[in-house]
Ligand binder design. Structure first.
Ligand code: ZN
Length: 242
């Protein structure tokens, strides 16, 4: 069976400026995520905000089974037309794996229908990530708990709909907790949100983080390709009583 056709989309503006993000993720976060997926045997193409059609043209999305998204400062720059294409593809079966500050990305918010708000603090503190559903495919082979020594804190309440699947919960050194690994079904598609990945820390170098992202891509792969028998006039399956 063919593997998922994966596109990793990244804003890729911050890492082009000299500074800590460029030092931690030279070449861009998307390249490091692509390396992580390649290690797991999942080839991926990459796309960035400054590509033609913002990397989200109809052709780009038509050849994408799972879209991995990272963005933070330029959510508003993503065109509403591109967002409509992404959300339509998810409802039609494409998987979306939204990472870190993508909780404020337009496609994630459109699919959630909530504000996506949370509390945060950039202090480089310890994050301890606990698996609360060890049998879930996204947790396969992942140590629990695992520790990221320095990360941005995200704290509850996280304004999202109750997840269909809650897989990971984070504890932070400062005391907060957060639902850091959540899955939802939207139409025929699956959405997974995974919290770590502030651009000036090293989460995407962490082997456990990389494993979770690869698992999430596999979990989000479309399950049932082909036409969906809904949205049409229905003939009775049995004769109707008169
Ligand atoms: Zn951040």
């Amino acid at each position: 069976m063919d593997g998922p056709r994966v596109t990793i989309w990244n804003e890729f503006r911050h890492e082009r400026e000299p500074g800590p993000a460029a030092d931690v993720y030279p070449g861009g976060i998307h390249r490091h995520l692509a390396d992580a997926l390649a290690e797991a045997g999942i080839p991926a193409r990459t796309a960035v905000l400054d590509d033609p059609d913002q990397g989200l043209g109809a052709d780009d999305l038509a050849r994408t089974d799972v879209l991995v998204w990272w963005g933070h400062r330029h959510h508003a720059a993503v065109s509403d037309e591109a967002v409509a294409r992404v959300t339509a593809r998810v409802l039609d079966g494409m998987g979306l794996v939204a990472l870190h500050s993508s909780h404020f990305s337009k496609p994630f918010l459109a699919l959630m229908g909530t504000s996506g708000r949370l509390s945060w603090r950039v202090a480089g503190e310890r994050e301890r990530i606990w698996c609360v559903d060890p049998g879930h495919p996204v947790a396969a082979g992942v140590e629990t708990p695992f520790v990221i020594e320095a990360e941005e804190m995200y704290g509850e309440p996280f304004d999202v709909p109750p997840p269909d699947d809650l897989v990971f919960v984070s504890w932070f050194q400062g005391g907060e907790v957060f639902r850091s690994g959540c899955g939802w079904r939207r139409g025929r598609g699956r959405v997974f949100y995974f919290r770590p990945g502030h651009e000036t820390f090293r989460a995407y170098h962490h082997p456990q983080v990389r494993r979770v992202i690869a698992n999430a891509v596999r979990w989000a792969m479309p399950a049932a390709p082909g036409p969906w028998p809904c949205g049409r006039r229905s003939d009775p399956a049995e004769p109707l009583a008169r």
